[in-house]
Design a protein around this ligand. Structure first.
Ligand code: AMP
Length: 428
């Protein structure tokens, strides 16, 4: 591990980009021609704020702390300087990027490969690196030049601290390190002191910033009718793509089955699914073959899904999450977000306090919602049945936890719920 350096109070803070900086090009930032062309081909006409701040400093060889979220262009902010340096001194195992989830690792590797396509860059997402370090003969990271820790707050919140410490011990001290995080928790500061040398801080957003034009609504409902209100919202906003956050794997699975029984093209993404199923779900949603992705927070934060129109926080964040300074919500880059609230008014007021504004109540026609109750109740019953049958089948066959879990193969009882996909009533 790199010797801890006490430079917290002295950490330089890069000056935020001013207006004239906004017109900068990748070339102005010092990015080499072949990579500028790659940016161009990806349609990146000009660098984003975090790229304007971080790239020149990274090219100077500085360690970087990036306070930036998904959607800010942070991957490009660390990938371009790394590729720039790799072009100067090509070698194997040049950079290591640590991420909290495999999906995020894939997403980052895609960007590396897209930016590095003309120079033949190869990337791999081997899963738990520690397993390779401990078990793969001849594998080591002694020549590593760059370490990136992306979504560091999440890496640490997911109890990967020991693993990170182990990795820091087996990579060279003489390296460049970039640490990106949406929040600067105590654990992240500790990691920063242990792993970075004289870093510069580049921040492009405040802790609980929300997207400028994001419309936010909340619904205050008796939990008995939560599913019904969800179906109501999905109907009202039919034609959009939805990402629905649930707090547990079980509720993710249950709600996906429920919605599929009503004819919606819903697909789950959670930690009890096998890796291939998780990627499969994500890709189907990204390819717009499914319009509703139901996910646990853990499985999905940080994923870049450009076309999400509506985000539904179906299970309101819990108290414990507040305490850790976690990001409260997934924030879509456009459109709107709904938060379902049960009884905890106090908790909701705290959210409003944290984000600094009142969240308007979404106007629902309660009589119309109630008209959905019967069909939703029936679909709930089928979903419960499918969950139970699925559980029993798994027990019988001792299948791998992920083998049957994407609800796509669910037994088709949804056809029994009359009418298939719920249509909006005429005359609305
Ligand atoms: P990230 O914040 O790294 O997850 O990136 C979010 C999205 O922005 C990705 O789809 C990138 O391809 C895209 N992106 C990154 N940099 C730029 C840029 N300079 N111009 C346009 N899009 C970009």
């Amino acid at each position: 591990m790199a010797a801890p350096e006490e430079h917290d109070s002295q950490t330089e803070v890069s000056q935020p980009a001013g207006e004239e900086e906004e017109t900068k090009t990748f070339k102005d930032l010092g990015v080499t021609d072949v990579l500028c062309e790659a940016c161009d081909q990806l349609g990146w006409t000009k660098p984003t704020k975090i790229q304007i701040e971080a790239i020149p400093l990274a090219l100077q060889g500085r360690d970087i702390i990036g306070l930036a979220e998904t959607g800010s262009g942070k991957t490009g902010a660390f990938a371009l300087p790394i590729l720039n340096a790799l072009l100067e001194t090509p070698q194997r195992l040049f950079a290591l990027v640590l991420t909290p989830t495999r999906e995020l690792a894939f997403q980052i590797s895609e960007q590396f490969e897209a930016l590095g396509s003309s120079i033949g860059v190869q990337s791999a997402t081997p899963g738990r690196l520690i397993d390779h370090l401990e078990n793969t003969k001849g594998f080591n990271l002694r020549a590593l030049k760059y370490l990136v820790m992306d979504e560091a707050d999440r890496i640490l919140n997911m109890d990967f601290e020991t693993e990170v410490d182990k990795i820091l011990k087996v990579i060279p001290r003489d390296r460049k390190t970039f640490l990106f995080s949406a929040t600067m928790t105590k654990k992240v500061q500790k990691l920063q002191r242990a792993a970075l040398k004289n870093p510069v801080k580049c921040a492009v957003s405040s802790k609980y910033q929300t997207v400028e034009k994001l419309q936010q609504y909340y619904l205050f409902i008796p939990s008995k009718f939560k599913d019904t209100y969800l179906v109501y919202i999905l109907n009202e906003l039919a034609g959009n793509s939805f990402m629905i956050f649930c707090s547990t794997c079980n509720n993710t699975q249950r709600t996906a089955l429920l919605l599929r029984n009503l004819g919606f093209t819903a697909i789950p993404l959670h930690g009890q699914m096998s890796q291939s199923k998780r990627l499969g779900s994500l890709n189907k949603f990204k390819a717009k073959a499914r319009s509703i992705l139901l996910a646990t927070d853990v499985a999905s934060r940080g994923l870049d899904i450009p076309h999400v129109d509506v985000v539904v926080n179906f299970d309101i964040p819990t108290h414990s999450k507040f305490g850790s300074g976690e990001q409260l919500y997934y924030q879509p880059t456009k459109a709107c977000q709904f938060s379902f609230l049960r009884y905890d008014v106090e908790l909701f007021q705290r959210i409003e306090h944290l984000i600094g504004k009142k969240l308007p109540v979404f106007p629902t026609q309660d009589d119309e919602v109630m008209m959905l109750t019967e069909r939703v109740t029936e679909a709930q019953r089928f979903a419960r049945m499918e969950l139970r049958e699925h559980g029993e089948k798994k027990k019988r066959t001792r299948e791998d936890a992920g083998d049957n879990d994407d609800t796509e193969g669910a037994i088709g009882v949804r056809n029994k719920v009359a009418g298939g996909k719920m249509k909006k009533r005429k005359g609305r």
